[in-house]
Design a protein around this ligand. Sequence first.
Ligand code: 3H9
Length: 702
Amino acid sequence: MGSINASVDFSTRDEGRIALIVMDNPPVNALKHELRAGLVAALAKAAADAAVQAVVLTGTGRFFSAGADITEFGQPRRAPSLIDVIVELDAMTKPVIAAVNGQALGGGCELALGCHWRLAAASARLGLPEIKLGLLPGAGGTQRLPRLAGVARAVEIILSGNPVSAARALADGIVDAVPEGDLLEAALAFARQAVAAGRPLRRARDVTDKIEAARADPKIFETAAAPFLRRARGEQAPQSCARAVRGAFELPFEEGQKQELALFLELLQGEQSRARRHVFFAEREAQKIPDMPAGVQPKPIARAVVVGAGTMGGGIAMCFANVGIPVTIVETEQAALDRGMARIADNYRTTIARGNLTQAEMDKRMAALTPSLDFARVAEGDIVIEAVFEEMGLKQKLFGDLDRVAKPGALLATNTSTLDVDVIARSTARPADVVGMHFFSPANVMKLLEVVRGKATSHEALATAMAVGKRIGKIVAVSGVCDGFIGNRMLARRSTESERLLLEGALPQDVDAVVYDFGFPMGPFAMGDLAGLDVGWRIRKGRGITAAISDALCEAGRFGQKTGAGYYRYDGRTPTPDPEVERIILEAAARAGITRRAISREEILERMVYPMINEGARILDEGIAMRPSDIDVVWIYGYGWPAWRGGPMWYADSVGLRVIRDRLAAYAERSGDASLRPAALLERLVAEGRDFASLATGKTGT
Ligand code: 3H9
């Protein structure tokens, strides 16, 4: 309990000469109303106390402050706003020094920028990640940062949303010192010195030297912003962030800030930011298992073992090495092991070439990897992840062997993307320790990890898999056991529909353009070519299923990018529409007796998205996904669904479930495909006037 209120403490040092204001709102010092009000009161107290000559502002724990309280967005705004707090800072006639003890993000960073000087702990990070919430820094960040760091750096920081280290912030001029030793002592010493020297107060708003260059040559700004705006496509926040930063050098401070606030409020009320904020909470919600008994602790993981040094196994091993967990890669043949290790080294070298890794870091990571042909080394692992060929017999045999060799209590994980985890678990005498860990390719890059909870998986094993996922930097979502789990099961619906669209009249480039314009990084056919069409072909053959066009392409040796041709022709990685593919499509349509017709972009989009949503509803109804927002997380981080559209289930709510139900019913009737009929849950929700979001919260109607 602080002396001002529950979130703010005020005390003095040096016989009352320095006021120390401490923000204390665990876990992240979000700037909720009480904290803002406390800061205003504490600053007023420091201003009014004639003995106080300087102020030091800091936070508790790992955070200076993570910014505005996101849960307050969408509620009526309550004064004082964060801008009001910073106005008070600006009005201070006594030096105010921010002691940035940990992360200073968003409004937290803006608060620090509003102080006269900033000292940061070496471990601190500063950033303006608002863009990731579909927003822009709305409390002066777009105006003060360019003044301190220069326009080009400010553009990079604000439009990437990525925080910078204290060292980088020092080099950029965002902080004034990164003292060694005790930060608070250093800040107090700095305050004493500022008072003793009568240092003129340095308000970022009045600093102009670094924006002069952009004033003289706006190209500096345009060049810095261009790559971010190119990537933004349909997203509004990057455009607004750029406009706000432009205001920093085109307008006087007050006007720039007024424009910033107007742009901020516009974004705050918009659909895109609502969707992004949903994703922020969805990601965190996905970590929570409602039936997890209190007190279940994940098991400690000191060493991992990956069985299989193929592309997937290597990528998974890298995830562990990247965070300093030693990992043994077990293979059966020297040549395969050598190839796997060479591929890993190549991947790291590419990262170095891009400037994202140092040679010393690569050496450290490579040293964490131990290749071995000795299966007995499986016994070293606290976690063993199987990444062998996708074949049930092989996996069952392997898990039988793992059962004999792995240490008691080790987590046994399969990376299967299609097979029944329960059946795999039954080949061991310890099914409670078995879990699916479905990584996405390339495993060292893709953020998503689907943790597949088998019928027998224990709470402890599940908690361990989730904790490991978080530790290796993945966004984790839990799926029950079913064919394809959450992501691939929904993807299968899209694949069926995309093949059907080709037969009915579209071309690959038509479908891909619609899906790309919706915001995906690529459409289904370009994605198929990248992944390799032979993979699906092999799976279909194993299951006795056909896909007329994809099969015909594979029979013609067109496996995608790796053979230089698939749904497109490739010159390097650039796809070009191919008349040969059109011929194959026309022939397949003729064979199937289909008269092709022009298909509108609207129909393409509906058919690319609604059947997936329908399958998502079934997945929810069967309890395969715990909540609609978990499905959103899977699609955003595993398949590139645009985050600013909130994920498929969020999008469904925004379109309206009745519309989706009606369109699905119409498509089901036209195609005769019963799987397109509206799912039972969808029908129920429509009948009750509810949406998917209401399933998570129990609320009704929208
Ligand atoms: C802003 O500042 C606008 C201003 O420019 C203008 C204003 C006018 N608010 O992630 P974690 C919760 S926009 C409310 O698991 P970590 C989070 O939900 C804001 N709650 O921990 C979770 O709750 P629960 C700009 C927040 O250590 C708990 O804290 N700032 C906020 O892995 C722990 O979080 C950002 O965008 C918040 N701001 O990561 C920063 N932040 O336990 C957003 C967190 O109930 N936050 N919570 O699930 C983050 O990026 C990460 O949470 C952070 C900690 C890196 C801080």
